[in-house]
Structures are given as C-alpha cells and as structure tokens.
Design a binder for this molecule. Structure first.
Ligand code: HDL
Ligand code: ZN
Length: 417
C-alpha cells in the first residue's frame, strides 16, 4: 500500500485564501455610481442608504401607507419611515437591511445606539471627495464602472459641459432607450442632429452608429450595456434585434468593445413602487447563444436575473470563449444564491468569469456589498483550493493571489483587451 501523499494543511489554505481575498482590490464592473464631478447624481450617506429601492420594496410589505403618500414625503421623512418600520418595528434581518448596518459598522459607527439623528450628524461632516476615497478603501475597490446614458438629461448636461475625470471611475455606454424604445427614440436622436427616421433604413443605421461612436468617444466607454426583458429573442421580430445586428455589433467590433447583456428584468411590474417596482423573469438563453455563435468576433458580457437561468448561463460560457459572465445581479445578490452561483461557476468555468459586481446606487453600499461578497467568495475558494490540496497539488500563495486578482476584475480586463 503506497504511503499517502502529504498535503498542505487546510489551515494554511484558509489563511492564504483569506488574506488574498481581503487584500486584493476589486474592479467593480457595474454600478450606478458617478464620478464626484456629477454632484448630486452620486448618492451617498445614511438617508440615501435607507431610501434605496430595495428597502422601499421591503417597507411596503409592512406599512399601510399609500405609495402616493410615500412619494410625497421628503427623503428624510422616507428614511425615517423605513428606519422605524424595517429596523425598529422589525429586526433588520433582510440582506438589504443588514447591508446598511454592515456599512455603518465598518465605518466605525455604533449601531447599538439606533440613533438616526446622530448618524445623520456624523455623515454631514464628510467632504464628498474624501468620502469617495474612504468608501473605496473600506470596500476594497480600486476602480468603479459607472452606468452612463446620453438619454439621461441631467447626466448628459454634465458630459456636454465637460469636466476633469476621476480616473477611478470608468464609463459604460447604456443603450436601453435606443434598443427598447425604438422608434420613439428616433425623435430624440433626430433632435440631437442625427438624420434618423423611425424605419431602420441604411441611413438611419449609419446615423445610429455615428451616435454610438460620438458617445463612446465622449465617455471613453469600456463596454456597451443593455438590460433586456425575459422574452428577449435573437433573432427576433422587434427592432431591438435589427438594431443589435446592424448597429450595435458592428459598432462594438469597430471600437473593440464588449456588448453587455443583462437579461430577465420585468420592468414596472408594480409601477406604484417606481424604481422598486421592477421584477424578474426566466429568459430563453437561446437568444444569447445565437448572438455568441453568430458573431464570434464580438465579445459579450452577460448576467441574468433569474436563479433558474444561472446553470444554463454557465454552461453557455463553456461553449463560447467570446462570452464572459459576471455578477450576482440584483435579486441574485443574496448570500444563499451568491454562494450557490459562485461554487457552480468555479466548478464549470474555473477562473474565467467575474463572480461579483456591486450594482451600488449609493456610494457607501460599496462597503457592505463587497464585504458580504468577499466573505462568500473566500468561503467557496477555501473549499475549492482545499479540494485541490487533497490531490497533492500545492497552490502557492502567489498563484492564489493571481487567481483572486483575476476573479476580482483581472479576468474582465483581459477579456476586454
Ligand atoms: O438595470 C440595471 O442596471 C439594474 O441593476 C437596475 O438598475 C436595478 O434597479 C438595480 O439597481 N439593481 O441592483
Ligand atoms: Zn444595474
């Protein structure tokens, strides 16, 4: 009987992985945060944390207040209501509630006092530029991708005025109105000087590409992005399929940019909740398979909103090297699902995916979203490297650090090159 091959101890694996994940800063590849130059568009502080649309959805499960009354309240009054209902009258045990408390705790605030006015006073002392640095430090984030839209009048005005960029914030060109609201959007483009008509004739297609090129350059966009409903089809009967084939994909090839698809969002399922009213639905990933197969020279980023689609998406990524899957998006960003998705993706894809993005809408959320994600990514990686060690393989500290850096944005950056 051969002597058992010695293996490195689990405790060593645990300490190496834990320190690598804790010390490797992440590229947060999809957020709704803004370069501080955008002023009030960059949300931050306790009241913005409390009125986050995830908590708005949860508070309407426990209050009888009519939604139209809620929307007439000031942000402070909305935050007071949410604090009382979800934190005081009920224990803040949901992921979104716990997230607020993780953020406050890691900022060094004593939540035992439950003193909302005192919390407000503490936040009021911060200068935004300093606070951006503090939140990125505590979140372990080195770079933040914004979600940038020429169709947002407030944001557009800042781009047209021009500003000195903070190079920690990169841009992504978001094109939902172009793809999902054509031909209504044709009027907007015509108003901006593009010779487009509602019909997708050659001139219109070429003018849409000029529009995409203008804003890709202005943003220095790192990728194009769209969110799509569960019934998205490609090829398909709608204008979005023609626009993708004739304008988006050629544009992305010409500019060497990935096209990011976020599929499965059922917009305005409950319109009275506004941003909190969007829901989720299972999608047919044949559309994504057709895109990847039909445009092998294009690069695709993808994430989906239904748990039922996650395994199929990971298998699809095994079929197409031009597909890079990312994140536990929105309703997927809860510990139970994040752990299941991360484990499944590592088992199917190794290290060639990006396990998480924050989708942060409020600057301070970087702190909790990455703290919660790092805990889970560490747990799964310890298990996986331990299983490796059981074969006698000895991953070095440098190799583990290399792998973690790839998972936290390095693989995404290589994919985009
Ligand atoms: O479409 C998207 O980018 C989504 O992430 C929505 O913005 C959604 O409201 C959200 O913030 N999810 O986390
Ligand atoms: Zn988002």
């Amino acid at each position: 009987m051969a002597e058992p091959i010695p293996r490195i101890p689990r405790a060593l694996i645990e300490s190496q992985v834990t320190s690598a994940v804790a010390s490797t800063t992440a590229y947060d590849i999809h957020t709704h945060l803004y370069d501080p130059a955008f002023g009030n568009l960059l949300l931050w502080g306790i009241d913005d944390l409390l009125v986050y649309h995830y908590l708005v959805a949860e508070v309407f499960r426990v209050t009888d207040l009519p939604t139209e009354t809620f929307w007439k309240l000031s942000k402070t009054q909305q935050a007071d209501l949410i604090w009382n209902e979800l934190f005081i009258q009920n224990s803040p045990i949901s992921e979104a509630c716990r997230g607020v408390l993780t953020t406050l705790n890691l900022l060094g605030l004593d939540v035992r006092r439950r003193d909302l006015p005192a919390l407000r006073a503490w936040f009021s002392q911060w200068k935004l530029d300093d606070y951006v640095t503090r939140c990125m430090e505590l979140g372990g984030v080195r770079k933040i991708s914004m979600t940038n839209s020429p169709f947002d009048p407030e944001e557009r005005a800042v781009w047209e005025q021009g500003f000195g960029r903070d190079d920690r914030f990169t841009a992504a060109l978001r094109i939902d109105p172009l793809l999902l609201e054509w031909p209504k959007t044709s009027g907007q483009l015509a108003g901006w000087g593009y010779s487009v008509e509602p019909g997708l004739n050659d001139t219109t297609i070429s003018e849409i590409r000029r529009f995409l090129a203008d804003w890709t350059r202005k943003f220095n966009a790192q990728y194009l992005m769209v969110s799509l409903p569960p019934d998205f089809m490609f090829p398909g009967p709608g204008p979005e399929a023609v626009l993708i084939e004739k304008a988006i994909l050629p544009h992305c090839r010409e500019h060497g940019l990935p096209f990011a698809l976020m599929i499965g969002v059922q917009r305005a399922q409950n319109p009275s909740l506004r941003l909190a009213g969007d829901g989720s639905g299972r999608c047919d990933l044949t559309a994504l398979a057709n895109l990847c197969a039909g445009a092998l020279e294009n690069k695709f980023l993808a994430t989906v909103l239904s748990r039922e689609n996650q395994h199929e998406l990971a298998v699809l990524a095994r079929k197409f090297g031009n597909l890079h899957i990312f994140g536990c998006w929105w309703f997927m960003n809860i510990p139970w699902v994040v752990e299941e998705m991360t484990r499944m993706r590592i088992e199917l894809l190794g290290l060639s995916f990006t396990p998480q993005h924050s989708d942060a809408r409020v600057l301070d959320q970087l702190i909790y979203k990455w703290s919660h994600s790092r805990q889970i990514i560490t747990k799964v990686l310890v298990e996986k490297y331990d299983a490796l060690a059981a074969t006698g393989w000895e991953p070095t500290q440098n190799e583990i650090a290399r792998d973690v850096n790839n998972l936290l944005g390095g693989a995404f950056e290589s994919f985009c090159r």
